[in-house]
Structures are given as structure tokens and as C-alpha cells.
Write a protein that binds this ligand. Sequence first.
Ligand code: GLC
Length: 636
Amino acid sequence: MSPTDAALRQHLEAALADDPQQVDVLTRWDRWGPDLLAGLAEVYPQHPDLARRLLDLVAAAHLRRSDALRTRDRARLLAPDWFQRPDAVGYACYADRFAGTLAGVGERVDYLRELGVTYLHLMPLLQPRPGENDGGYAVMDYGRVRPDLGTMDDLEALAATLHEAGISLTLDLVLNHVAAEHAWAEAARAGDPTYRDYFYVYPDRTVPDQYEVTLPEVFPDFAPGNFTWDEALRGWVWTTFNAWQWDVNWTNPDVLCAYAGIILDLANRGVDCLRLDAIAFIWKRLGTDCQNQPEVHAITRVLRAAARMAAPSLVFKAEAIVAPRQLVAYLGRGEHAGRVSDLAYHNSLMVQIWSALASRDARLMAVALSRFPDIPTTAAWATYLRCHDDIGWAIDDDDAAAIGWNGYAHRGFLSDFYVGVHPASFAEGLAFQENPVTGDRRISGTAASLAGLGLARTDAQRRMAIDRILLGYAMVLGFGGIPLIHMGDELALRNDEGWASVPEHADDNRWVHRPRMPWDVVPQRHDLATDTGRMWAGLQRLVTVRRTLEPLHASAPTRVHATSHPSVVCFVRRHPAGDLLQVYNVSDATVALPVHDIAGHGAELTLDRLSNRSVTPYRGEHVLRPYAAWWLTEER
Ligand code: GLC
């Protein structure tokens, strides 16, 4: 330990002099202090006082931490793999659309438990700007809950209720931008230079135009360009997303400290996981697309180290919807391995599932997923079929070329397919943010509507659509990592036809797949004669079986293999507890697969745990029904 480090330790010791658990925090400093210092040295070398400022925040937060949460910290330090375990199942919803208020969510815990949920992501619920607010991603006050949902005390009470029921709570931390109505932005507009420095503001177009050369547009439709003129500021302010979402300036150490404070406050309310919204964008560099810059990871490392000291049960989930080769860095590569986010969304898996279903061909999936590097054994993917956002066709041109496809043409095909104009389509999606310059079209729609439930006319077609969704979920639950169920998918909810009736939503068709929970339909979940009942039963089966399969622990990697049949793909998980071979048919046709195609992954893996039946070949071939999903282990 260097003299400076020793001085910092003493500083922390003094700040916690009255804390009976002082030694816990000091031990955590010994463990995570080096991470904090390494991250700071990389990004803020000219601010030597920063470590001390952060330690003050850590000490203050720990002093305020409740006994219940301190106990939770100790438990989680002993079981740091809680989010990696096969029994971990996530659910994501808007508190108001699911249950009206935070208190209402607390009353629906039994429903979540019945589905096997152990992790609940409540969509943005901190005080947003009035009017349009990007589904809550334009936060005006991080210290207040949206009044119609409840108060901070209600949030704390809900966290406690969830914890008691064995459910962890995830909230969004929007850290790339604040609402233009946030107090920092108001102060900047009022002429306070300290707060002007919280943002990127330029007096004229010179610098913005230089950046624009290489910057993409996130919302080309309703928010073209990346800068917005503000009359009061007399300047162009950086606005990657909407004009009223101001990007904050992370080169400013005050911004780092402000967010560290927000993180620790939320942790002290009982939040277990923070979804780091749009994390890829927080560092800007001229001449680049201003995403995935190395500083992003160093900053995450600092914030995580600070959180680990004050509230070690808190984990981070990166929301980085970026190219596959950039994504793995969010879970840590090289010196950051295992030191940044604990979870990251597996956007590529989601895209590849929809791509395979449309093309009835899993070869591209096999190429793309097998090219992913391994992740740290302490981290996990957050896997999902749908979320609150649109689907962007993140198909890599090289991956497409590897199977003789043209990436651009395939992306065009997928858009045509999912908006329903392609003759072979079964889908009813909407085009989101059509970009005439790049030809890019993203897709909105619920899993059920994209999978064809709305267009299904006969019972057989409806069963086929449900099987398609269930195949997607089998992959999501079988991949390893924490699977996230997007509210409504468990009931096969179709597009919300009335999505545009809320005036603030009318411009943003992502609301088509953010329906309200139809509690009157929920009782049908136990009726297998209904689509709802079939969907629920199928999903519940996946959850129940998954829980028993130790090889699905996220610490083991997933290997994805093509087979000799283009529609069939295998996921293989090798684990000391026993291997697991998953076989999926992504097509609506019955497929015959030579036995040796899968026997190579383990001839003894013949018991399908999903159906609880042994798979037996017929004349040297396995016969896979349309959308068959097998999870094979050794016979018991
Ligand atoms: C994330 C959110 C998305 C939002 C954006 C800007 O990508 O998922 O809904 O529009 O960040 O905050």
C-alpha cells in the first residue's frame, strides 16, 4: 500500500469512527480500493482529491445504511452469484402499467412468485420532466419518485416487501443525460458556471459540426442531430437522444461525485441492481461515434468500487446496445475483467432469435454467437426476447458474409418481415425510426404480435405462434445468465392497439409493446384451452425445469453450434455438475437430423428435461417437431 493509500484508509477509518461495522468497510476498501484508484487514475489523473471525496460519500452512505440492508450485504457477499444461479428469473414492467402504484406492485408479489420471478426491474420511476419524457428516461429529480406512483418511502417499503418474498429490485440509473428541467440544467440556464460545466455547451456550431461528422443519430425521426440550441444558455447543448435530454459532462469530477451519491442513496433504499441506462454514450471523443470509449469502463469501475464498499449487495447491469465486439467490454475485458458491470443485456442473442425465426435458418445465429468471447465467470448476461425498446437489426456484415449472406439485404428482409410486408411474414410489427439515409428500420411490437399470434386464424396457427414464442423463451432461459420476461409476454399479450391515445406517446410507437396489465385476463392463465394458458404453462415449465439444472449457472460458458440442418442449432453447456445439450428447431417444419449431428456433443445426453422423455432416433435420425426445444442431460 502506498503512503497515499494508507492515508486514504485512515481517512475512511476516521469517518467511520462511530460505526460498529467500521471494520467491514475497511476490509472492503482493502479489497476494492485498488479498483477505485485505478479507475480514477485512468480518467481523472488531474484531480487527486477525488478519492477522498468519494470515500466521504461511501462513509456517509454506510453510516445511513439500515441494519436490514447491512445484513443483506453480508449474505450477498457470501453468495455473490445470486444473479447467476439457474433459479434466477427476471421480470420487467412499468409500475403504473403493471399495478398502478408502488404499493400496488407490492400487492402483486404472489403473481410474480407464481411465475418464479426472483428479480424485478421496475422501469423508470424517478421524477421525470412533465409531458414527453421518453418513458421516464428524462429524469428531473433523482431524489423523488414520480408522485402518482408513490414516494421514496413507498419505494423503500416495496423493496423490503420484495426482499421478503425473495425478489431483488432493479431500477434504472439514467446517467448519460438529465431532463432539461433538472435543477442542474435550470442552474446552468440561470447562468451558474458551475452547473454549465455539468453539460457540454458550445457557443456556436464549430465544435458540434466537427462531432457530427462521425456521430450517428439515435432518434433520427423525432430528434435529428445531437445538439440543441438553448436560448438561455446562448449555446448548443449536447443532446444525443431528445432535445430535452441533456447529456451530462462526465469529464467533470463533480458529475462523478453527484452520480456516486445518487447510486448510494438508491442502494440505501433497498435497490439491489442498477440498470446503467445508455452507458455506452457517457464519454465523448472527437472523430469517433462517441460510444464505448475506454473511459466508460474506467468510470464504471470507480462507481462499482465505491458501491461495493458502502453497499456490496448492489450490482450493476449495463444497458449497452452496441456491436457484439464492443459489448463484452461492459462485463470486463483485460484489466477491467470482472470489475465493471455484473450483468449486461445480450442484445445479439435477442436479435438472432428473431432473425432465425423469420428466416427459418439458424446458421447466422450459430456464427454470430459462437464468435462471442467468453465473459468473466463472475458476470452474467441478461437474456431477453423482448424489452420496452424497439428491435434494431444488429447483424454484423462479416457474420452474414460467413454464411454467404449480405448483411444489408438481410437487415432489410428482417424489417420487411416484421412489419408484415414480406409475403412469408407472420408478424405484425411497426417500423420505428425509419432512417432514409441509412435505410435502417427498427421494429416495435410485442413478442406475441411479432411471433404471429395476431394473424393466426386457426387453432393450429395459434398453437404454432405460441410455440414460436416459447422457442424464443427456451433459448432465453437456456442460454445462461438471468432471463428477463417482458411484462405481458407470460400471457402472450398482443400489440396495444390504443398505444397512441396518450398524447405524450403518440410520436413514439414503442408504446405499442408497453401494454397495461389486463388483470381481467390473468385468470385465464390456468386454462389450457386459451392462448394465455398455453403460454403461461409453457413459460412456467421452462422456469421450473431451469431451476433444477445446475449446468445453467452463468459461470459456465455457452457454446453455440450449427448442425447439418440449417434450421437446427445447438447450445452446449459443459459443467462439472453434468453437461446440458440444447437442440432447437427454428422452423415451422418438421426436421430430420442425423443422430451424429448432436451425438458429438455427448452421446449420453438423451433425456429431454423439458418433456421428461428420452429422445430416441428413428433410422439414424432425430425427428424434431416445428419449433422443438430439447434440453438434454444424461438419463437419471
Ligand atoms: C435506453 C432506454 C431507452 C431510452 C434511451 C435514452 O436505451 O432503454 O428507452 O430511450 O436509453 O434514455
